[in-house]
Ligand binder design. Structure first.
Ligand code: ADP
Ligand code: MG
Length: 257
């Protein structure tokens, strides 16, 4: 990692404080993810990992009470959910929503269409060709294109579908919230391969996970430990192994010391 990240090519989260129902969940959260890097956030349940992810995506339930988020120097928090997505922010949800009545293919197609200049139409043949190729990479059956988004999908199928959306939307920054939960080891490898295929100098990843296991397949540049609404430790990929071995109680004890 460079000592001074280029703000115009980074996702910068500064002193972010967030409340829900009057309760403070993020308490002055700081993190910079430069393009080209994969950062992992690990932490116990209830520490605010999903809150962070959803605030970045623009979820309306959360109130930002302080701080800033800059995506390549642009104020992300001032943008609508749609604008954020079109500007290149992508969130793979921990609990993906079902959208009855909207086919998977039409959902992704509409999102792609929204990224085109006015008056330009998606080339349907090329679109399906590309989508089928990506589904093959993710070992997803073609029949998933015609099914309603996530409706009746198993936990693992929903997670693969989130990665399919990510691959099709080509985001600048991708936040993956516990994409490993609900996946067996074979599915985990397939999903990780999908993510790794998108690693590039022009994209940043924030990979949120409770377990080290995912990070054996998506090897992060930096690992952050989150505790009670903020990052309390950062290190290299070995920090994940150390955490797995010693447990989160270790961090708590260190903080108390
Ligand atoms: P993590 O993803 O690290 O497990 P979350 O961000 O999901 O943590 O939750 C952090 C805290 O915020 C928890 O105490 C949780 O109960 C609370 N919280 C999150 N979302 C909501 C919500 N929609 N309504 C009320 N409380 C919430
Ligand atoms: Mg969570």
């Amino acid at each position: 990692m460079t000592s001074e990240p280029d703000i115009s090519r980074s996702l910068v989260i500064k002193d972010l404080s967030v409340e829900i129902d009057g309760r403070e969940i993020l308490k002055g959260f700081n993190l910079t993810v430069p393009k080209g890097e994969v950062h992992a956030i690990m932490g116990p349940n209830g520490t605010g990992k999903s809150t962070l992810a959803k605030v970045l995506a623009g979820h309306e339930d959360y109130t930002v009470t302080g701080g800033q988020v800059l995506m390549d120097g642009i104020d992300l928090l001032a943008m609508s959910v749609d604008e954020r997505s079109r500007a290149g922010m992508f969130l793979a949800f921990q609990y993906p929503n079902e959208i009855p009545g909207v086919s998977n293919a039409n959902f992704i197609r509409a999102a792609r269409q929204a990224r085109l200049p006015d008056g330009e139409e998606i080339d349907a043949v090329a679109f399906y060709k590309e989508m089928y190729a990506k589904m093959a990479e993710l070992e997803m059956d073609k029949s998933f294109t015609g099914r309603s988004v996530n409706e009746g999908f198993s936990g693992g199928e929903k997670k693969r579908n989130e990665i399919l959306q990510m691959m099709m939307l080509d985001p600048k920054y991708a936040v993956l919230d516990e994409t490993d939960s609900g996946l067996d080891i074979d599915a985990l490898k397939v999903v990780a391969q999908g993510v790794n295929s998108l690693r590039s100098k022009d994209r940043g990843f924030l990979v949120i996970t409770h377990y080290q296991r995912l990070l054996s397949y998506i090897v992060p540049d930096i690992v952050h430990v989150m505790w009670d609404g903020r990052i309390v430790r950062s290190g290299g990929k070995d920090l994940a192994l150390e955490l797995e071995e010693k447990g989160y109680e270790w961090v708590k004890e260190e903080l108390a010391a």
